[in-house]
Design a protein around this ligand. Structure first.
Ligand SMILES: [Zn+2]
Ligand SMILES: [Zn+2]
Length: 277
């Protein structure tokens, strides 16, 4: 996702974490996200909450919640991972970070390319090719600038996403899986693979999401995300399934956006509607 315009309304947070220590009677200061970082085994390394005020504070005692989320995650074992040789070939085929093509940010693959519209492959998070891809994705995301990027957006059909919330969460996630969602929230989305005037539109999605993901090189995270972070994660998880956000639009908004895309030469047959409701 590209950087959003500021000023979006905040409907308030779920009570998911202890009160923020900086809270001074201001009702807007409330924890939005909980993050559990685990080492390569089942051992909790660190846990923290991120608050609306920007504060991050420890929540080490809340171990039962991450265990429940981890247990609920339905992820394939290593037999489903792409083999190392194929993985290396995919990463070596990634275009240069400076390559510029129509309707996409530099280094980004536009809607219309098959890799954008296909489900991506599970990968070995410890493979050095994944770490290499991660560095490339972070550079492309920063240059765009964007707040989220999926690997197939840089031409690699792999289950890797980059998220630009450096104070809150690890930046690159491998094999992420949604465990649960809650609520509903409308927020405007755009995409670095669909830079067409007028294509930014309000999308209705769950307000909160819980995700389990591996980290490049080892360990994994369990994240309860809300609002903005939850939105970006959902947008990128859709990419990993070959789904572009405009496919989530409905009714008149969809018609308007699709008209603009067609006027710009986008083949909307590649974007069949996939409404969430
Ligand atoms: Zn706070
Ligand atoms: Zn996107």
């Amino acid at each position: 996702m590209p950087l959003p315009r500021l000023g979006a309304s905040s409907p308030g947070a779920r009570p998911t974490a202890p009160p923020c220590p900086r809270r001074g009677g201001g009702a807007l200061c409330a924890p939005l996200n909980r993050v559990w970082l685990l080492d390569a085994g089942p051992r909790l390394a660190r846990a923290w909450a991120g608050c609306t005020c920007g504060t991050r504070f420890g929540i080490g005692a809340a171990a039962d919640a991450w265990r429940a989320h981890s247990d609920a995650a339905d992820r394939p074992d290593r037999s489903a991972w792409l083999d190392a040789e194929a993985l290396r070939a995919v990463v070596e085929g990634v275009p240069d970070a400076g390559r510029r093509v129509p309707r996409a940010a530099p280094g980004v693959v536009p809607v219309g390319e098959p890799v954008i519209h296909a489900a991506t492959a599970w990968v070995d998070p410890a493979d050095p090719a994944v770490a290499e891809l991660a560095q490339h994705m972070l550079a492309v995301m920063d240059a765009a600038p964007g707040i989220g990027l999926a690997a197939n957006q840089v031409g690699a059909g792999l289950r890797v996403i980059a998220l630009n919330f450096p104070k809150l969460i690890p930046q690159v996630w491998v094999n992420p899986v949604a465990v649960s969602t809650a609520g509903e929230w409308t927020f405007a989305e755009g995409c670095l693979s669909l830079e067409v005037e007028g294509s930014t539109a309000d999308v209705v999605r769950p307000k909160a999401i819980t995700v389990v993901a591996d980290l490049p090189g080892g360990g994994h995270v369990v994240v309860e995300a809300d609002e903005m972070l939850a939105r970006v994660i959902q947008h990128e998880l859709d990419h990993l399934e070959g789904i572009e956000y405009v496919q989530r639009l409905e009714g008149a908004v969809r018609d308007e956006v699709y008209d603009r895309l067609e006027a710009d030469g986008v083949d909307t047959d590649l974007l069949p509607p996939r409404p969430l409701r």
